[in-house]
Design a protein around this ligand. Structure first.
Ligand code: ADP
Ligand code: MG
Length: 230
């Protein structure tokens, strides 16, 4: 293996995607190619409805592309069955969405422990890691709080802790600051950026916030199914 492929965390090759809608076929992505290397933080920008979420779902193995292949950490995912995809997703990818999607009946620490327990980590190790992550994100006084008692920015920080809990290679974030006021958005983004840089995790972050996009390592602009590197 040469250095380039060793460093390659995500590689999308000749990806096209077509949705079957009621009376028509909608081509959302057209022959998309790009790679993300280890530790790189990349923005994904483009008008609403252009296919950012579709692209993230394909990169995250939640949806199979109509055409093309997804390689994650050197593994060609096309031929994997659903169980193998779920396993790879659980160990290599962390997701952050526009809304926090925390479980309301669980505390902050339990929400961060859950994906670790699912992947077979022991309760004591999962609890220690969750405490450490929440502390790194400035939430040491919120361990036992349920999501309904957290602010929007705090909830997103718990969601970020949950996304990195299994030490993924890649974070896929779909407008992670889209529901926050400008100050909280900046704050959550800075904390996410610092955390993933310190852990050397790659990120692909869909955002409408051009100021945040500018502060990332690289930008990809999606329009009419095609991408332009910015
Ligand atoms: P974005 O995240 O950039 O707003 P999306 O990826 O959500 O864009 O959607 C891109 C286009 O694909 C939109 O026109 C949307 O209506 C359509 N679309 C998304 N998901 C589906 C689906 N499951 N079935 C049919 N059409 C879809
Ligand atoms: Mg979207």
């Amino acid at each position: 293996m040469n250095n380039v492929s060793e460093n390659e965390i995500l590689s999308l090759r000749n990806i096209s995607h077509i949705y079957d809608q009621k009376n028509q076929k909608l081509k959302v992505l057209s022959n998309i190619n790009f790679q993300i290397v280890k530790g790189e933080i990349v923005s994904l920008i483009g008008p609403s409805g252009t296919g950012k979420s579709t692209l993230l779902n394909i990169a995250g193995l939640l949806e199979s592309p109509s055409i093309g292949s997804v390689q994650l950490c050197g593994i060609n995912c096309n031929k994997l069955n659903e169980d193998a995809k779920a396993n790879l997703r659980g160990s290599k990818i962390g997701f952050v969405f526009q809304s926090h999607r925390l479980f309301p009946e669980f505390s902050a620490i339990e929400n961060v422990m859950l994906p670790q327990l699912i992947m077979g980590t022991s309760k004591s190790i999962a609890e220690k890691k969750s405490r450490d992550l929440l502390t790194m994100l400035g939430l040491e006084k919120r361990f036992t709080h349920r999501p309904s008692t957290l602010s929007g920015g705090e909830s997103q920080r718990v969601a970020i802790a949950r996304a990195v809990a299994n030490s993924p290679s890649l974070i896929l974030a779909d407008e992670p600051t889209g529901n926050l006021d400008p100050v909280s958005a900046q704050n959550v983004f800075e904390i996410l950026y610092k955390l993933v840089k310190s852990l050397n995790i790659s990120c692909l972050i869909a955002t409408h916030n051009h100021a945040l996009a500018k502060s990332m390592d690289r930008g990809i602009f999606l329009e009419n199914g095609n991408i332009k590197e910015k």
